[in-house]
Write a protein that binds this ligand. Structure first.
Ligand SMILES: Nc1nc2c(c(=O)[nH]1)N[C@H]1C(S)=C(S)[C@@H](COP(=O)(O)O)O[C@H]1N2
Ligand SMILES: [Mo]
Length: 304
């Protein structure tokens, strides 16, 4: 099947060869009462992303056992240990606010929005570690176009599920739940911003944000909100969980910027999980050629 490649994406990030995802696995996860429609299954053909030059893709084990997902605990091994209690079917995302066509998308609706693609992205956590992960997903823009944002839809606000019965961590007030994130509309429409439904050729493990999560590779990892249930288009910059918790440490934009230190540590270098020596952190996490244009004229020391 034909998969169009947005002009902004480097050829090195997507290869021309088609592969099939593990369809049996996608069907298995939907077996809790739901069938994936035939045309949705057809869209599950993906292109394998080419590994980044001089950067090894992290192992599935690394990407699934060293996580932040505070709804399941604050330690890196907690999400893998505790996220089994998350029920990922049935699932839907309510999309409303400043849009002409508000809509509730079931997971099957979401899988039909656009062909799935594999994207191998560098991910940089604000804590100073990074990984390279092969995600499977589709541009967030494909969903936003469906609801037709109005002229007042200047920002996009996202929310994670907030269910104490499934998420042992939400009884602790470490963050103001539900976990909330936000993007400016032009950031959200950028072709590098994807909604991921899988990784490593398979469905997303719960600890990585099943069944659907945001991936914004030029920003610190906390912007990439997991297990999304609500997306709202808004006129004013929305509140975000980490910014509410510590506004001097976590800004709204949170673009990866080696020149803006966290108040308690430097952001100039990072530890790639699996590597011994530290790497230099790249502006916009290495995606400056594609995304720097979004921020022309903005003081990125002030809007960190
Ligand atoms: N709902 C929710 N989403 C979240 C988090 C979280 O605690 N809750 N942690 C964030 C942080 S800080 C990072 S670094 C990434 C890490 O997970 P990943 O390796 O699966 O991207 O998830 C982000 N998304
Ligand atoms: Mo993070």
């Amino acid at each position: 099947m034909l998969i169009r490649k947005p002009a902004e994406i480097e050829p090195s990030e997507i290869t021309p060869k088609s592969v099939y995802l593990n369809r049996r696995q996608f069907m298995a996860t939907t077996a809790g009462g739901l069938f994936v429609a035939a045309d949705a299954m057809a869209s599950l053909s993906a292109k394998p992303g080419v590994p980044l030059k001089d950067e090894k893709t992290n192992s599935l084990k690394e990407a699934t056992t060293y996580n932040n997902y505070y709804e399941f605990g604050v330690n890196k091994e907690d999400p893998a240990a505790n996220a089994g209690s998350l029920k990922t079917r049935p699932w839907s995302i309510v999309v409303d606010g400043e849009v002409a066509k508000p809509k509730t998308f079931s997971i099957d609706d979401l899988l039909k929005l656009a062909p799935l693609e594999e994207r191998i992205y560098r991910m940089r956590c604000v804590e100073g570690w990074s990984m390279v992960i092969p995600w499977i997903g589709f541009p967030l823009a494909a969903l936003l176009k469906q609801v037709e944002p109005t002229a007042k839809g200047k920002f996009v606000a996202f929310e994670t599920l907030n269910d104490p019965k499934q998420m042992p961590g939400v009884k602790y007030a470490v963050l103001d739940w539900p976990y909330r994130e936000g993007l400016r509309i032009d950031e959200a429409m950028h072709p590098l911003a994807i909604l991921a439904v899988g990784m490593y050729g398979d469905v997303l493990p719960n600890q990585n944000g099943a069944p659907i999560r945001l991936v914004v590779p030029w920003k610190y990892g906390f912007k990439s909100i997991k297990s999304i249930v609500r997306i709202r288009l808004v006129e004013q910059q929305p509140k975000t969980s980490w910014n509410m918790a510590a506004p001097n440490e976590y800004g709204f934009y949170s673009n990866v910027n080696p020149k803006v230190d966290h108040p308690r540590w430097s952001q100039a270098t990072e530890r790639r999980i699996g590597e011994f020596s530290r790497r230099k952190t790249l502006p916009f996490n290495g995606y400056a050629d594609q995304v720097a244009g979004l921020y022309v004229g903005m003081d990125l020391m002030k809007y960190f």
